[in-house]
Design a protein around this ligand. Structure first.
Ligand code: ATP
Ligand code: MG
Length: 283
C-alpha cells in the first residue's frame, strides 16, 4: 500500500483527484474525509493542507504526494520529484503599488515585503544582493501595502487580476510553478513497484492530454505533401476512401503546434479534418 497525500481543499484538489481518476483508480467519495482507500489500486489517499505535504512525504508519513513546486521549494524538505504534472501553473512575483517609482530591483532595497513564501523570497533577495524586511503573513498578502503593513508583496500570480484590483503592479518574476508528484526517497521495493505502475499510468494520461488524434481526407496525388507536415507518432496511417482517388490520413499531433499544423494541412490540400481528444497514450 502506498500513501498518497493530496490537498484537502484548494486549487490543487480537483485536478489531483481528476488525475487519479484518469489513471483508472476509484475510491470512496465521502464528505469530510481525511483518508480514502482506493478500491482497485493499492493506494490510500490522505487529504492534507498543501503546506504540510512536502514534510509528510519527507518524513514518510505519506509515501508520495501532489503539491505545487512553490510549496516544495518553500518547505525545503528532502523529497524526490517524480513527475511534472502540468496543472496549477502559476508564477511567484514581486509586486509594488502602481504609483511607486521603480527603475529596477535595486529600488526594492530597504523595503518591507509581505509574503507567505519567506524562504523563496529570502533566497531570491540574497542572490540579487538586496536587503529587505520580510513580513511573513499566511494569507491575503495583496492587501499588505494598502493597510500599511508593507511596501511591496511577494505572492502567487496567475492572471494578474487580483494585483490590478488591489492597485499593484508586477515588477519581478521569481519563479514559475506547477503541480509535482513527489516521493519519499527511501521507498521499499514493493512501494517503488506501485509507484512505477502509477507513474506509467500518469505518463499515459499526460501524453494523451498533450496530443490530439487527427483524421483528414486528401487527394492521392497530394498525400506526400500532407504527410510531410504530419509527423505522427511514427508516421501517419493511410487508408483508401471507397470512392475516387482520395485517401484518409490518420495521425497524432501536438497541442502546442496544433493550429499551425492545421493551416499547413489545408494549404497542402487536406480536407474534412477531424480532431478528437485522446484518452490514454502508451508510447
Ligand atoms: P491550504 O489550505 O491547503 O494550505 P492554500 O490556500 O495554501 O491551501 P491554494 O490557494 O489552494 O493554497 O493553492 C494551492 C497551490 O495551487 C499553490 O501553492 C500554487 O502552487 C497553486 N496555485 C495557487 N494559485 C493559483 C492560481 N491562481 N492558478 C494556478 N495555480 C495556483
Ligand atoms: Mg497552504
Amino acid at each position: 500500500m502506498l500513501r498518497l497525500a493530496i490537498q484537502k481543499k484548494g486549487r490543487l484538489s480537483e485536478d489531483s483527484l481528476q488525475l487519479i481518476k484518469a489513471c483508472g483508480i476509484s475510491y470512496p467519495k465521502l464528505k469530510n474525509r481525511l483518508t480514502a482507500t482506493a478500491y482497485n489500486f493499492p493506494i490510500q489517499i490522505l487529504y492534507l493542507r498543501d503546506d504540510d505535504i512536502p514534510k509528510y512525504v519527507a518524513d514518510g508519513v505519506a509515501d508520495i504526494g501532489i503539491v505545487g513546486e512553490n510549496e516544495v521549494l518553500e518547505q525545503n524538505q528532502i523529497v524526490s520529484t517524480i513527475e511534472e504534472l502540468r496543472f496549477s501553473k502559476c508564477r511567484l512575483c514581486i509586486a509594488i503599488p502602481r504609483e511607486m517609482t521603480y527603475n529596477g530591483l535595486k529600488d526594492l532595497n530597504g523595503k518591507n515585503i509581505a509574503t507567505s513564501y519567506p524562504t523563496i523570497l529570502t533566497d531570491f533577495l540574497e542572490k540579487e544582493n538586496l536587503n529587505c524586511n520580510i513580513q511573513e503573513i499566511t494569507g491575503s498578502v495583496e492587501i499588505g501595502p494598502s493597510i500599511g503593513l508593507s511596501d511591496a508583496i511577494f505572492d502567487i500570480v496567475s492572471s494578474g487580476s487580483t494585483l490590478l484590483s488591489n492597485g499593484l503592479k508586477e515588477v519581478a518574476t521569481v519563479m514559475k510553478s506547477q503541480a509535482l508528484l513527489l516521493a519519499n526517497p527511501n521507498l521499499s521495493d514493493e512501494q517503488q513497484a506501485i509507484l512505477d505502475k502509477l507513474q506509467f499510468r500518469i505518463q499515459a494520461v499526460l501524453a494523451a492530454k498533450k496530443r490530439k488524434y487527427i483524421s483528414l481526407n486528401v487527394p492521392n496525388d497530394k498525400i506526400e505533401a500532407v504527410t510531410n507536415v504530419l509527423p505522427g507518432v511514427r508516421s501517419p496511417s493511410i487508408m483508401p476512401l471507397a470512392k475516387g482517388d482520395w485517401s484518409s490520413l490518420h495521425s497524432v499531433i501536438d497541442e502546442d503546434d496544433f493550429w499551425e499544423v492545421i493551416d499547413q494541412i489545408k494549404a497542402a490540400g487536406g480536407e474534412g479534418i477531424l480532431v478528437v481528444p485522446i484518452e490514454k497514450m502508451i508510447l
